[in-house]
Design a protein around this ligand. Structure first.
Ligand code: AHG
Ligand code: MN
Ligand code: MN
Length: 332
C-alpha cells in the first residue's frame, strides 16, 4: 500500500485540485503539529504529571483539567507565529486571542475545543481536539468576537483528532472527509481512510440517557421509539453507545454510522443545549455533511445557525442521514 503522509495529501489538494490555498495548507500543517504534541502529552498521562484538575475554571463555568490548559497552550503557541492567522478563539478562553503585534498576520480565524471529553481524561478513555477555520471578514477587528460570529456554512476547513488506541486526525477542506493515523515512529500522519461516507441508515444511537427527564417531548418520543425496538413503531432493534467524548462518538459514526444526540433540555434553562456551536457543533456538522450525513438542531440545519455569542450552545442531532431526518421530523 502506498503511504501518503498528510503533507503530501495537502500539497496534492493545493496543486492538483486547486482546492486549497497555500496559507490554509500551512495552517492545517501547524494544527496537525500541535495535535501531535497534545497526543504525546495525553499518551504519557500520569508519567508526565498531566492528569487531574488544573484548579481553575473557564468562562463556561466548568472546572478545567490540567490537559485542557496544556492543550490550549500548545495550540496557541504553535499557531501564533505561522503568519496565516488573524486571531484564534478557544472554548477555554473568554475572549478571542489576537495575533501579537510583533508576529506576521494572515487572513484566517482558528477556533478550537483544545481538549474534548475532559471527563474522560483521568480514566484513560479516548479524548480529542476539535477545530474550525473561518476567513476574517474585511474591515472587522479580529480581536472583536464579532469577527467569529459567522454561520457554519462559512467554514473553509474543519477537523478533529481522537487520542484513542491510535491517534487519528479527521479532516475536511470542503472536498470530502479523510482520516490520517499518526505513525509515532516516523512522527507523521498517514492517510488511512479516503472519502469517508456515513451509511445512510443505522441501528445505533448515542445519547446521555441520564438526562431523559429533562428532554423535550419530541426527543422523549423519538428515543422511546428506538428503545421499543422490533415490537415498536420502528420495527427494528437499536443498540446504544455513549462515550461522553464527542470526538469518539462522531468518529464511530463516521466509521459505521449511527445517530448522536445532545438535545436541548430543561436542566439549565440558560443553556440551549450542552455543546458549543462554534467549537463543537459547527466543525462536526461540516465533517458529517461532507461525509454524506446530516446535522440539525432538530429545528434547523446546524450550519445555518447564525451565532450571536462566541460561547453559544446549541442542540445537536447528527449522523446517518435517514435517521437524523426521522429525529428532525419528530420536532415537527
Ligand atoms: P468538553 O470536554 O470539551 O467540555 O466536551 C464534552 C462534551 C462532549 O465531548 C460530550 O459529548 C459531552 O460533553 C458529554 O457530556 P455528558 O458528560 O453530559 O455526557
Ligand atoms: Mn468538547
Ligand atoms: Mn473541551
Amino acid at each position: 500500500m502506498r503511504k501518503v503522509p498528510l503533507s503530501r495529501f495537502l500539497i496534492d489538494e493545493q496543486w492538483q485540485s486547486q482546492a486549497l490555498p497555500a496559507e490554509l495548507r500551512l495552517l492545517v500543517e501547524v494544527v496537525a503539529r500541535a495535535v501531535k504534541a497534545i497526543s504525546l502529552n495525553v499518551n504519557k498521562g500520569a508519567l508526565a504529571g498531566v492528569l487531574g484538575d488544573a484548579g481553575t475554571g473557564n468562562v463556561q463555568g466548568e472546572a478545567q483539567k490540567k490537559l485542557d490548559v496544556i492543550a490550549n497552550e500548545i495550540l496557541l503557541e504553535a499557531n501564533e507565529w505561522g503568519g496565516h492567522l488573524a486571531a484564534m478563539a478557544s472554548e477555554e478562553m473568554e475572549k478571542p486571542h489576537p495575533i501579537p503585534h510583533r508576529m506576521p498576520k494572515g487572513e484566517y480565524l482558528l477556533l478550537f475545543d483544545p481538549l474534548d471529553g475532559s471527563s474522560n481524561i483521568d480514566v484513560n478513555i479516548a479524548v480529542g481536539t476539535i477545530f474550525s477555520v473561518l476567513r476574517c471578514p474585511e474591515g472587522v477587528d479580529p480581536a472583536d468576537e464579532k469577527a467569529f460570529l459567522q454561520s457554519g456554512t462559512r467554514q473553509v476547513c474543519a477537523g478533529f483528532a481522537v487520542y484513542g488506541p491510535s491517534t487519528v486526525l479527521v479532516l475536511t477542506v470542503g472536498r470530502g472527509v479523510h482520516s490520517f493515523t499518526l505513525d509515532r515512529e516516523v512522527g507523521s500522519f498517514i492517510l488511512t481512510r479516503e472519502d469517508i461516507r456515513i451509511p445512510e441508515d443505522t441501528k445505533e444511537f448515542a445519547i446521555n440517557a441520564s438526562n431523559q427527564r429533562f428532554w423535550e417531548p419530541p426527543v422523549q418520543r423519538y428515543v422511546s421509539e428506538l428503545i421499543a425496538g422490533k415490537t415498536g413503531p420502528r420495527g427494528k432493534d437499536f443498540n446504544m453507545r455513549w462515550v461522553a467524548s464527542m470526538v469518539a462518538d462522531v468518529y464511530r459514526i463516521l466509521m459505521r454510522g449511527g445517530v448522536f444526540l445532545y438535545p436541548r433540555d430543561t436542566k439549565d434553562p440558560s443553556k440551549p443545549g450542552r455543546l458549543r456551536l462554534l467549537y463543537e457543533a459547527n466543525p462536526m456538522a461540516m465533517i458529517v455533511e461532507q461525509a454524506g450525513g446530516a446535522a440539525t438542531t432538530g429545528r434547523e440545519r446546524i450550519l445555518d445557525v447564525v451565532p450571536t455569542a462566541l460561547h453559544q450552545r446549541v442542540a445537536v442531532i447528527l449522523g446517518s442521514r435517514n435517521e437524523v431526518e426521522v429525529a428532525a421530523r419528530h420536532h415537527g
